[in-house]
Design a protein around this ligand. Structure first.
Ligand code: PLP
Length: 448
């Protein structure tokens, strides 16, 4: 061990992902040691209110007693197992039953991964497997949207509609990105929101026809785009696209890695936006961030077809060493209970109007172009000129400067493109919410 500072060690020995490197070299890393409720603490004893919930996931805070006890009890009882070769832990069995119970489906099947990226990969592989088994191996193309975020593995990064993936030579061929349903940014002059939605639906149908319906494996969508900048769908979006997908027999997959388990005010984002997906991708809140785990939840029709395809070759040849880890499953069982039955989901419903009102007040700042969001996921988009929606320029984005200023004041919020994202944990109290508003407002005044 060297006697370098924590910050220096962090900078010297780790390869940072998704970090503005000049900024971290300049400012030094925040090296986090522990958390209490919605707060984290660093090696210098500084305290930060984490309005980012870790990475959207620590919805019950950082030291929830019930979740820690669930983890400790399961580690003591049985610390690790896979879900293969005819064996599966009791906790895994219980969690699958629970997930179907709380899903929008009356029956279905669950497959476990270690992350949201792997869950999306698993879903794509499952569909490729299914289509090939049903005599349509050419059904491999995946439809997603510009600004979608579905993960970082080669397949899920290909589904992600962000330009930074070009440095990896991605997307892979066959991943098609349709227009982002963000009316404020992509609506044309004179176009109403309804007309915008209709245009996107027409684009979807034209793309299906052009590519050939029989070449398309599925359409993936986040109910509210998260890492793309918190973008709720335009009015009537899912009602417009779902019938088109149905018409061409293309499965609609809801990536609920962020939206699932309460973030939008309902258990699922598809409930909030009133559509019925063929399968759901879950992670993050699934374990309230206390264990890395993802799940693919197949609705009844896909579950039956995939099971039949697997039966036909006597195996579904896929899985990760830690798939259905019993500690993760025990934590998830507890997390679902905590979110749904201990008032956390109620908090989101009760306090989201307060959250929206406070942010709307802050959004009066002339350099905020749009406030958008739902439930406990919101973004404020910075603009140089409100009327023209012209973004700021400069090597360090304005949102990065706002986030850094907030960090200096003891508030963690996330810069995403030109937006500042607030997605607080569900345990946030009203005074803590006020602390967040106060610090954010001060930071904006400092930067603009
Ligand atoms: N899907 C969505 C909607 C996400 O927001 C994320 C991560 O933020 C992922 C998938 C990828 O999950 P993970 O980072 O656990 O691989």
């Amino acid at each position: 061990m060297t006697d370098l500072s924590w910050e220096q060690k962090a900078d010297d020995f780790s390869l940072y992902g998704f970090t503005d490197l000049p900024s971290v070299h300049d400012r030094g890393a925040v090296v986090v040691t522990h958390g209490e409720g919605p707060y984290i603490f660093d090696t210098k004893g500084r305290k930060y209110l984490d309005a980012n919930s870790g990475l959207w996931n620590m919805v019950a805070g950082f030291d929830h007693k019930g979740l820690i006890e669930a983890a400790q009890a399961q580690y003591a009882r049985f610390p690790g197992y896979h879900a293969f070769f005819g064996r599966m832990s009791d906790q895994t069995v219980l969690l699958s039953e629970k997930l179907i119970e709380v899903s929008p489906y009356d029956r279905g099947r669950v497959f476990y991964t270690n992350s949201g990226s792997e869950a999306n990969d698993t879903m794509v592989k499952t569909l490729w497997f299914l289509h090939a088994a049903e005599g349509k191996p050419q059904r491999r193309k995946i439809l997603t949207r510009v600004n979608a975020y579905h993960g970082v593995t080669a397949v899920s990064a290909s589904m992600t509609g962000k330009p930074y993936n070009s440095v990896f030579g991605l997307p892979l061929p066959g991943f098609i990105h349709l227009t982002c349903p963000h009316y404020w940014r992509f609506g044309q002059d004179g176009e109403t929101e309804e007309q915008f939605t209709a245009r996107l639906a027409a684009e979807l149908e034209a793309t299906i026809i052009k590519e050939g319906p029989d070449t398309i494996a599925a359409f993936f969508a986040e109910p509210v785009m998260g890492a793309g900048g918190v973008i709720p769908p335009s009015k009537g979006y899912f009602q417009a696209i779902a019938p088109i997908l149905k018409k061409y027999d293309i499965p609609l997959i809801s990536d609920e890695v962020i939206c699932g388990f309460g973030r939008t005010g309902n258990t699922w984002g598809c409930e909030t936006y009133d559509f019925m997906p063929d399968a759901i991708i879950s992670s993050k809140n699934l374990t309230a961030g206390f264990f890395p785990m993802g799940a693919v939840i197949l609705g009844p029709e896909l579950a039956d077809r995939v099971q039949a395809a697997a039966e036909a070759i006597e195996e579904f040849p896929h899985g990760f060493t830690a798939s259905g880890h019993p500690v993760g499953c025990a934590i998830a069982l507890k997390a679902i209970d905590v979110v749904m039955n201990e008032g956390l989901a109620d908090n989101v419903n009760r306090l989201s109007p307060r959250l929206e009102a406070g942010l709307a007040q802050i959004a009066q700042n002339p350099n905020i172009g749009e406030l958008r969001g739902v439930g406990y996921m919101w973004a404020l988009e910075a603009v140089k000129d409100r009327a023209t929606k012209t973004p700021f320029d400069g090597s360090l984005s304005v949102s990065e400067r706002i986030a850094n200023t907030c960090t200096d004041m003891g508030l963690i919020c996330r810069p995403l493109g030109q937006s500042i994202v607030l997605c607080p944990p569900f345990i946030l109290t009203e005074p803590q919410m006020d602390e967040m508003f106060e610090k954010l407002e001060k930071a904006l005044k400092k930067v603009f």
